[in-house]
Ligand binder design. Sequence first.
Ligand code: MN
Length: 133
Amino acid sequence: MSRVLVVEDNNANRELVVALLEQEGCEILVAGTAEAGLRLVREARPHLILMDVHLPGMSGYEATKQLKADPVTARIPILAVTAQAMKEDETRAQQAGCDGYIAKPLEAKAFCETIRRFLAQGTDEPGHRKKED
Ligand code: MN
């Protein structure tokens, strides 16, 4: 089963994301801050991370940079969750090392397609190796 970590400080957004991921049959971990998210990544090695970029305390950009700088977690795909039409957020997310992004407000069909695409890439050992076939 795919383990997905959702880092999101907004309850309504988090509930929506969790509901959609449940439909996809994912095992879900949630964190309301980047700091808690970083701890969960190390403890649970998710296969995919959905990272809200605007968080209290450490931003999602900074958390992404830290994860991508650490060889143990660098290969876990991170999708930035950014407000629609915020081109600047997209650019910053890319610069921080995000593998893709999801626009808010979430559109269920597009969201699920993106999640499936990233989970299908597969990681044999999350955070260590990516299946290259
Ligand atoms: Mn937020």
